[in-house]
Design a protein around this ligand. Sequence first.
Ligand code: 9G3
Length: 569
Amino acid sequence: MRVSKMFAPTLREVPAEAEVVSHQLMLRAGFLRKSAGGMYNYLPLAWRVLKKIENIVREEMDASGAQELLMPIVQPAEIWQESGRWGVYGEEMFRLKDRHNREFCLGPTHEEMVTNLIRGDVRSYRQLPLNVYQIQNKFRDERRPRFGLMRGREFIMKDAYSFDRDEAGLDVSYKLMYDAYTRIFTRCGLTFRPVEADSGAIGGSGSHEFMVIADSGEAEIVYCNECNYAANVEKAELHVIEAPAEEAKAVEEVKTPDCKTIADVCAYLQLPVDKSVKAVAFNSEKGLILCFVRGDHEVNEVKVINTVGVNEVEMAEESLLTEAGTVGGYMGPVGIDPEKTIVVVDSTVMKMHNICCGANKEGYHLLNVNPGRDFTPTYVADIRLIQEGDPCPHCGGNVSKARGIEVGQVFKLFTKYSEAMHATFLDENGKEKPMVMGCYGVGVSRTMAAAIEQNNDKDGMIWPVAIAPYEVLVVPVNTKDEASTQKAEAIYEELKKAGIETVIDDRNERPGVKFKDADLIGYPLRVVVGPKTLAEGKLEVKVRRTGEVQMLPLDGDYITAIRELLAKL
Ligand code: 9G3
């Protein structure tokens, strides 16, 4: 490929709307051009990267026994009504009507489509297990598309779906995918971690997210420094803390003027914070939810959502509190009717004694409140948000937090869709049973962005060889010097003939401009050909990642040397 012919319009300036480095660099390096919010044109260099990622995905999926197919993007509403999800996603679902006024959506995912497909043609246990996958654009009308490809409204996903006769079979399919994902992201040259993940709205339990560690990641993960435990913070389970036994004392109401926070109360009453309980009030489709955790702990919203079984929660406004007989800053579980108001109490609180909590009265708190004797929750559950310094739920070691970009997720769906949509098979005894499903996604376009987030420096991108747009750039530094320019052309042809993906910057530009663009686009290797090095009988080869420069003898086998260099990157 010749740079003089390449459609890769580089920009000197960074568009203000690009907040993360991958978005900035892809715009500057002529990889991406926006068409609408969260929708992009992948220009030739980006498309080459995406093709490489897709082919790594294909190789590993095929090696695991999965079979590639392609389903329609346009999906009939009927199958979403059958699964009960037509109304669940609201505005996030792109909907459209055909000329007969029939309703459709643009596929955000394909559980319904694939279940509808398979139920029509799989009837016997002999046809299981089965894993089918596709690589296709997905559509999700994000409220705030941002960070370029990291949260787009149209993006490329590999989505796979496994069908088994029972949970034992699903476990096998799940592990095959988990292992395939480990190989995929390793081959893409990414530093990643699988983390236990909340299975969220799609139901089923048992899911992992593959996170690329990067500060710009939207997901927050927690990992143990001693064992290999790692979890999406939303999911991290916490053990109950048993407080030392104490004689239950009589409840006492105390004036706590102007103590709006737990810290104020504990300071005013000279109380350790682990004898106090704090409240967080949410509003939801099921009404007010009052949550109580120990004073030094935090509430994990996702766990509250999963415990109460609502779709989402938002902070409750004061009027809701008054209705329930409480008041902001002085909320407590005593005297709240758990039938009228949902009261969720963290498991650790239920093991505390002689607690200090709000008196549900402006300016007052209660002392010596004891769970069971003085209040009854609607739910008791682990609703704590894991924090740095909490003991690892697996080994007790200390945990740290990091940010991650979710590039893959594997879910056990069990029979959520096969029961809703009657996708059954006949077992050996002719007994009809629902198929046991799993689903598995790789964010292909997001993986490209994640690779840049993890591999860049002040000069631009640094491509892992396996997914680089090209492997080698040949730079003739002086197009006026006939001899070295011709030598550069010859080397370019030799490298191509040797099967090495090569570009030559044949523009009539100063070397500095060529080097700047080379570093911005991030070709793994750069071969510089000029009159000086030619006179010395050398070829200058620069490694983009390390900046290391090697002088290869022109009369040596520099093609093999370059191939060996690439293999090491
Ligand atoms: C929707 C919309 C957005 C969605 C979904 C449905 C996320 C939805 C979860 C999944 C689960 C897995 C197969 C590949 C891997 C992920 N956002 N999810 O179901 F209608 Cl608008 O997509 N699906």
